[in-house]
Design a protein around this ligand. Structure first.
Ligand SMILES: Cc1cc2nc3c(=O)[nH]c(=O)nc-3n(C[C@H](O)[C@H](O)[C@H](O)COP(=O)(O)O)c2cc1C
Length: 198
């Protein structure tokens, strides 16, 4: 089910703009949040930009380690995404626990960096931060280089997403606002326009 993705194809995992989960861990603490704002910026090596607000607890852990994981959640996880994107690890109620335990979120250790990756997602990447202090401070934007990539081969195979009627629960989530998400239930295969005579 979980298959390794060729690094040169890793950027395709978020090319279509899904909401992702960002996770990080440091000194016995771990956390995760939702992020709608991420995008590929380079194919090889695979590099991604992601906006992580300075007020988030996740950012504290990322700043301490220079590492993060990006997981691509699916339709079946809409409540999970909304919840971890609405509650902060700074909340005193999470002092002795974390969002994984509080909400019964399963995880596995990422293969390259051992970061907490969320079970039930349809793609997983671990990445190292490329230090850009000015961009991080001015725009809350982190550039990261992907060091491991995996995907659920029921919905991503041969470097392509395959959103079909028989795997709708695995379709990715695209945030419209206020906890409402669109899913890519219908796809369109484009061709080149015919060239017209001048
Ligand atoms: C669907 C959704 C998308 C979000 N996108 C982003 C984002 O791109 N960047 C960001 O900094 N926060 C984003 N947030 C907000 C964080 O997920 C939220 O502040 C979270 O509670 C931070 O958790 P933490 O403090 O435990 O790290 C989003 C929230 C939701 C629900």
């Amino acid at each position: 089910m979980r298959a390794t993705v060729d690094p040169e194809r890793a950027c395709r995992l978020i090319n279509h703009g899904p909401t992702v989960l960002v996770s990080a861990a440091h000194a016995g603490r771990r956390n995760l949040m939702a992020a709608a704002w991420s995008m590929p910026v380079e194919f090889a090596p695979p590099r991604i930009a992601v906006v992580i607000d300075r007020k988030t607890y996740t950012r504290e852990l990322i700043a301490a380690t220079g590492m993060l994981a990006l997981c691509v959640p699916c339709r079946a996880q809409a409540d999970l995404v909304w919840t971890v994107g609405s509650v902060s690890g700074h909340d005193p109620e999470l002092h002795d626990t974390d969002k994984f335990l509080r909400y019964g979120i399963g995880w596995f250790d990422g293969p390259a960096l051992g970061l907490p990756c969320v079970e039930g997602c349809v793609a997983w990447m671990e990445a190292r931060v490329i230090a850009e202090p000015h961009t991080e401070a001015a725009y809350d934007t982190f550039f990261v280089e992907v060091v491991s990539a995996q995907a659920d081969d029921r919905v991503f195979a041969d470097g392509r997403w395959s959103f079909r009627d028989d795997n709708t629960e695995l379709h990715t989530l695209h945030h419209l606002g206020a906890g409402v998400f669109a899913v890519p239930s219908r796809t369109v295969a484009a061709g080149l326009l015919p060239v017209r005579d001048a």
